[in-house]
Design a protein around this ligand. Structure first.
Ligand code: ADP
Length: 267
């Protein structure tokens, strides 16, 4: 409870010496924890009433032939918005969870090949007809949390789908690059203008609000990706050109597990 939180910074100083700065950030850490708990609790509390509302709307709409015709459209819109709210709360809860749980101790060796194959299967079901190509150039495993990695990569691919045409190809690749393992998600979609790139991982930041609300995003996807990356000591980078497409990459420190090259798979 009253644990002290210290932040250390070591910088080279003079010939072979080091300067160590120690800062007491206990108060800040506690406030930050309160903020996370608050967001987590509110999301949790809002979920139950929303489930009831959405459940009734679903039931009513399932019998829409018995409804006054004037009510059908408004009810459909209510149901759609309730669905959006449900997704939002789900993402908020998940974000507050991955922000507060320092799960590194529970990390295991994650088989990225298996994860990507599972993800491809899921996406084939949820987004039939979308063209997704998976390039597996290494079988390297990395140390991490399977669920967190799955959600981060899934968010990247869903964004790639959202911000490109329905018949456009999305490529996910898993490669070894020196001391790093690189996961990239490439789309050939609308791209992102350079001035927006530094801000897209902020919660609720959107390049184009009207388009984003149409596509049904929560504005939290990349915030989740950023947190998962940080927890896994991976670097997130974005390479994008408006009208050409975007590539999001996560560079993980290689775990030292052996790599065996070349197997490919398309979904
Ligand atoms: P959203 O739910 O709005 O997609 P995200 O946090 O996932 O929220 O993304 C933030 C914003 O970054 C999006 O609203 C969109 O403007 C932009 N963006 C993210 N991924 C892509 C992409 N693959 N192509 C183009 N724009 C993207």
């Amino acid at each position: 409870e009253t644990q002290q939180v210290l932040q250390c910074e070591v910088t080279p100083f003079g010939a072979g010496d080091r300067l160590v700065f120690v800062r007491d950030i206990t108060k800040m850490a506690r406030l930050e924890q309160m903020r996370r708990d608050f967001v987590g609790n509110v999301s949790h509390e809002l979920r139950t009433p929303l489930t009831v509302i959405k459940g009734y709307l679903d039931t009513i709409l399932a019998n829409s032939d018995q409804l006054d015709r004037r009510f059908v459209r408004p009810l459909q819109q209510m149901e759609q918005q309730a669905g959006r709210m449900e997704n939002l709360l789900k993402d908020l809860l998940w974000l507050s969870r991955i922000e507060s749980v320092r799960s590194q101790d529970k990390y295991e060796m994650v088989d990225m090949v298996a994860l990507l194959e599972e993800l491809a299967d899921e996406l084939q079901t949820s987004h039939p007809g979308r063209r997704l190509e998976i390039q597996l150039e290494t079988r390297d495993r990395i140390k991490g949390d399977y669920r967190e990695l799955h959600s981060a990569i899934s968010n990247l691919v869903l964004n790639a789908f959202k911000y490109s045409d329905d018949d456009s190809l999305v490529t996910v690749s898993w490669r070894r690059r020196g001391e790093h393992c690189l996961l990239s998600v490439q789309d050939r979609g609308i791209g992102i203008a350079e001035n927006h790139i530094p801000r897209i991982t902020e919660r609720f930041y959107r390049v184009d609000d009207s388009r984003s609300s149409q596509t049904g995003g929560t504005g939290l996807g990349l915030a989740i990706v950023k947190h998962v990356a940080a927890a896994h000591r991976a670097e997130l980078s974005v390479d994008s050109k408006p009208g050409v497409g975007s590539t999001f990459s996560l560079a993980f420190p290689a775990s030292g597990m052996e790599s065996r090259p070349d197997s490919r798979r398309s979904a």
